[in-house]
Design a protein around this ligand. Structure first.
Ligand SMILES: Cc1cc2nc3c(=O)[nH]c(=O)nc-3n(C[C@H](O)[C@H](O)[C@H](O)COP(=O)(O)OP(=O)(O)OC[C@H]3O[C@@H](n4cnc5c(N)ncnc54)[C@H](O)[C@@H]3O)c2cc1C
Length: 385
């Protein structure tokens, strides 16, 4: 019987799983190496496959009130912003400022009596005994250790496999601007995605005041920075997207600060568990963010594990079932996200026309297929067996 659980990392995966397990009455401690759990000010989109679970976890009311419900999305051409295809969304698709997501999760976890131990890097774990070694020189033992330490997971490298995060040759520029600086065309306050040669851009309001999030992705073979997130220069961003829609560029120009991220990925390990340790979120399956699914999958991981723990007594069957459910789905989304990059960034104008035509035909179905995955249903079918 599982009683006390250590969660390593207070990002979306660690906080969601911490809250979900606390909600079913377990003792949970979250260890975070940073001195605070402030997220970087940027947007995140959450689709139905995740919001359905957040609804069941009684988090959606508060998240919807803090976030934004765009109700439509548009795929546009990079130069004239002409709509290639539009798609209706519903209230199950929300956009948020990451700071609101993380603060909601952490407050709700703490309201249930959970503790977040800051400034505590976990340096090592013993997967068999469940002992963790904390940077404060303390050691503690748990029935289960959840490794949620993100894409650069050093614990994964120590205990699972030695694959390192690899630069994908994509760079993401991120910035925040305000509603009044949005491009002035109909649908500007929805989710807007622009396909162009060698890159794509996305913008949407976040629901935090009038803040609008934008991301511009470019294919770039060089990432020589030590850190994977640096302050970027507007001039460099504007130069990289020269020839794109003028309104879009002037929106980039209106942002106070621009950050530049190297996009890394890491193949999934063969198994997502080892003895008393389980991988969740980006530590398990980091991916290129072109389908907006990394955070959604972290929420699915958290819900899945909570549900299995709630229904099963024995650790062996919990970890095996978790691995079976999460490994194949995450592999599939990781692969699809990568293909989406190739699709979005076509340079040849004739192939781009074919791509646009294909988008018109398949977009609704392919987005629906992605967002309509119902983990609750899948888990309830397992219970019947
Ligand atoms: C440009 C971009 C746009 C994106 N857009 C979306 C989107 O719209 N929708 C979506 O669903 N996803 C999106 N994603 C993906 C999403 O951001 C990630 O999948 C998600 O944040 C992963 O959360 P995590 O908790 O697994 O990892 P992280 O957020 O990286 O959290 C890991 C935490 O662990 C801590 N930590 C690390 N090592 C230790 C240690 N040894 N001891 C203690 N603490 C430790 C870190 O300090 C950190 O707080 C996007 C990603 C990018 C790059």
């Amino acid at each position: 019987m599982l009683r006390n659980i250590a969660v390593i990392g207070a990002g979306v995966s660690g906080l969601t799983v911490g809250y979900a397990l606390k909600k079913i009455g377990l003792e949970v401690e979250i260890f975070e190496r940073s001195q605070s759990i402030e997220e970087f000010g940027a947007g995140i989109t959450l689709s139905k496959n995740a919001t359905l679970l957040l609804q069941d976890l009684e988090l959606m009311e508060v998240l919807s009130s803090k976030g934004y419900c765009p109700m439509d999305s548009f795929i546009r051409d990079y130069r004239k912003a002409k709509v290639i295809k539009s798609k209706k969304l519903d209230k199950n698709f929300i956009t948020l400022d990451r700071r609101d997501l993380v603060s909601t999760l952490s407050h709700r976890f703490e309201e249930l009596g959970g503790s977040i131990i800051l400034d505590s890097e976990i340096e090592a774990v013993d997967p068999i005994s469940g002992e963790i070694s904390i940077s404060t020189h303390k050691r503690k033992t748990y029935d289960l250790i959840l490794i949620c330490d993100g894409i650069k997971s050093s614990l994964r490298e120590l205990y699972f496999d030695d694959q390192k995060p690899q630069f994908t040759e994509y760079v993401a520029w991120r910035g925040m601007t305000s509603l009044e600086d949005l491009p002035k065309f109909e649908g500007n306050d929805k989710v807007n995605v622009y396909y162009g040669p060698g890159g794509h851009c996305v913008h949407y309001p976040t629901g935090r005041g009038d803040l609008v999030n934008f991301i511009a992705i470019e294919h770039n073979v060089i990432w020589s920075e030590e850190s994977w997130k640096i302050k970027g220069s507007k001039a460099e961003l504007l130069e990289s997207f020269k020839g794109w829609n003028e309104d879009l560029l002037s929106m980039f120009d209106s942002s106070q600060e621009i950050y530049k991220w190297g996009i890394f990925e890491r193949p999934l390990p063969d198994k997502l568990y080892r003895d008393k340790c389980i991988l969740l979120g980006d530590a398990a399956h980091p991916m290129v963010p072109f389908l907006g699914q990394g955070g959604c999958l972290a929420i699915e991981d958290a819900y899945c594990l909570m549900s299995l723990i709630k229904d099963k007594q024995d650790l062996n069957s919990i970890v095996q079932e978790y691995d079976r459910l999460r490994n194949s789905r995450s592999r599939w989304i990781q692969k699809r996200s990568k293909l989406q990059g190739i699709f979005n960034h076509v340079s040849n104008p004739i192939i781009a026309k074919i791509r646009n035509f294909v988008t018109k035909i398949i977009m609704n179905n392919s987005v629906n297929k992605l967002h309509s995955y119902n983990l609750i249903k899948e888990l309830s079918e397992i219970k019947k067996i």
